[in-house]
Design a protein around this ligand. Structure first.
Ligand SMILES: Nc1ncnc2c1ncn2[C@@H]1O[C@H](COP(=O)(O)OP(=O)(O)OP(=O)(O)O)[C@@H](O)[C@H]1O
Ligand SMILES: [Mg+2]
Length: 536
């Protein structure tokens, strides 16, 4: 991958959005160095003749302008480098969350977070290095070459040749160093996985007396990694050596030229030449730092591309109806096949019960509809559209899933009810009254204002269930399909009846799927799907 693609991946959007700022920064920097090199060079070159008052005034003005410009340039530079550096991290985290949304199990989220932090830190070093050191060196080299070209065409051409060869060396070495760094990084992440695996299986390794072998494996890995690091570091050594070699050859020509010819305004010439040489040497060292950082950023590019690939841009955001179709769907959690070639249809606005023994895959089925996993075979359609083509956020507004598990937040009951739907307290109270459900919370000291403890353990299971059901129903405004996973579990007979009434009443214009072990609700449904029958 070339450098342009790398920049595009890490900072493309930022650069596009801030192109004028970046342009302004570059122009300002360029003028700043003209001031620094030409101004200081010129003033120092006059020191050998007698200096007058005017000289002192010029010197003071130059000093003042230089100090102020240094601050402004530094400010622009810090803003730009910190912005660019942070931008990539935000972008990858967004990609990670987006990806995780549809791929719960595939992605080791902890590992991805580590990688995003580690690699964007490397990229950040590269960006800061570039703006603070590399770019100024490049400017000064171009500027000094330009000045010398004007002072003496022959020597100017020598310097230009020197820069051109240095450029070729850098491109060549950039490719070599990057390859080493990529190989080093790949190895690092592989051994990271292996180590993780080993640590997770420590118990097995102890029981099988394998710990000595495991230790040897770790040592072998570390030795191989050491070799990779050495190769990468040593490849940096080459670029420095080649660049200095190149410089010394051209300087020899220049020394010879000085020896043979008379040079006018020698002091100014020498000051500018010293600027050139010192910046050339600094640039060589900087490239030796910058390129490995870029190499590491490059080594993770494919990983980040993959992370960002799975977004919902341009996907469908309108579905006319709430019908569902499963066509030859198969799905496994890590090779443990749960859904096997399943096909069924649920008509729009119909009421369907899904039954089946514990662990038969009822909850899994709804997770597939909600695109929590996308690695299934076959096709799932919602509103006649393949859900793969439907925007994920949109889909989750149209399908409301009332979870079987209740994970309450450590907040008042009422806040737990309006979590994700933001309706007014009055609306909630009205709904509770409408179905005589308020009495359920009367046992609590503060009623619906009682604060739930973590996990809701200070509430009865029935209270928790009602909270979750209300939360879902209040979210149902724009939805087309309501899925209730075990809505009656843990409730007494009287409350079960109230809940059935509420579900049927509040969701009457929508498709309703009820996953249940309770026979009680089945007579109210249009159809019953038994997983034992449709899961082959
Ligand atoms: N995240 C997961 N990773 C691995 N296996 C899982 C995961 N979630 C569920 N399973 C397994 O998939 C099978 C189906 O689980 P699922 O929760 O869909 O069953 P269910 O029909 O809803 O059961 P219940 O009636 O008890 O709620 C079970 O064997 C379960 O162990
Ligand atoms: Mg379940």
């Amino acid at each position: 991958m070339n450098i342009i693609k790398l920049l595009d991946l890490y900072s493309g959007e930022y650069i596009k959005e801030n192109k004028f700022y970046i342009l302004f920064f570059i122009i300002f920097t360029f003028f700043y160095y003209i001031l620094e090199v030409v101004g200081i060079g010129f003033i120092l070159s006059k020191l050998n003749s007698k200096i007058n008052q005017q000289y002192v005034i010029y010197f003071l003005i130059l000093s003042l302008v230089l100090v102020i410009s240094t601050y402004i340039r530094g400010y622009l530079e810090s803003k730009l480098s910190s912005d660019i550096a942070t931008f990539s991290r935000k972008k990858f985290f967004k990609g990670l969350l987006q990806r995780y949304k549809t791929n719960y199990q595939d992605l080791n989220i902890g590992k991805s977070i580590n990688r995003i932090f580690a690699v964007t830190l490397e990229y950040r070093f590269a960006v800061i290095n570039f703006f603070k050191l590399t770019l100024p060196c490049i400017f000064i080299l171009l500027l000094t070459t330009g000045i010398i070209l004007k002072l003496n065409l022959h020597i100017g051409l020598f310097l230009l040749g020197c820069l051109f060869i240095a450029f070729l060396i850098t491109i060549r070495e950039y490719n070599i160093i990057s390859k080493h760094k990529i190989s080093q990084e790949k190895f690092f992440y592989n051994s990271f996985d292996n180590l993780n695996d080993q640590v997770n299986n420590l118990m097995n390794s102890y029981l099988n007396n394998e710990n000595k072998n495991e230790q040897n494996r770790i040592n072998d890995d570390q030795d191989k990694y050491k070799e990779k690091v050495f190769n990468a570091e040593n490849s940096v050594n080459y670029i420095n050596t080649y660049l200095i070699f190149n410089l010394m050859i051209f300087l020899s020509f220049i020394v010879y030229y000085f020896y043979k010819n008379k040079i006018n305004d020698k002091i100014f010439f020498v000051v500018v030449l010293i600027y050139f040489v010192s910046n050339y040497i600094t640039l060589g060292k900087e490239l030796g730092i910058l390129i490995p950082h870029l190499g590491i950023s490059m080594a993770s590019s494919d990983y980040f591309y993959n992370l960002l690939k799975n977004n919902d841009n341009g996907k469908i955001k309108n579905t006319k109806a709430g019908n569902i179709k499963f066509k030859n769907v198969s799905f496994a959690y890590n090779r443990n096949k749960i859904i096997n070639n399943m096909s069924f249809i649920v008509q729009d606005k119909s009421k369907v019960a899904i039954i089946g023994r514990s662990g038969s895959g009822k909850t899994t089925l709804t997770k597939l509809m909600l695109k929590l996993y996308d690695n299934y075979e076959g096709n799932i359609y919602f509103g006649d559209q393949n859900i793969k083509n439907i925007d994920t956020d949109y889909l989750r507004k149209k399908i409301i899933y009332v979870n079987q598990r209740t994970n309450l937040l450590e907040r008042p009951v009422i806040d737990n009810i309006n979590y994700g739907n933001n309706v007014d307290k009055q609306v909630i109270i009205h709904l509770l009254n409408k179905y005589n459900l308020l009495e359920i919370f009367q046992g609590l000291k503060n009623g619906v204002n009682e604060i739930c403890s973590v996990g809701g353990t200070n509430l009865s299971l029935g209270m928790q269930k009602v909270i979750i059901l209300l939360r879902g129903i209040l979210k149902s405004n724009n939805s087309q399909l309501m899925i209730f996973d075990e809505p009656l579990a843990g409730l007494d007979a009287k409350t079960r009846q109230k809940i059935i009434k509420m579900i049927l009443n509040e969701c009457k214009n929508k498709t309703i799927l009820v996953i249940t072990h309770d026979e009680e609700i089945i007579p109210y449904m249009d159809k019953t799907l038994n997983l034992q029958d449709i899961n082959k």
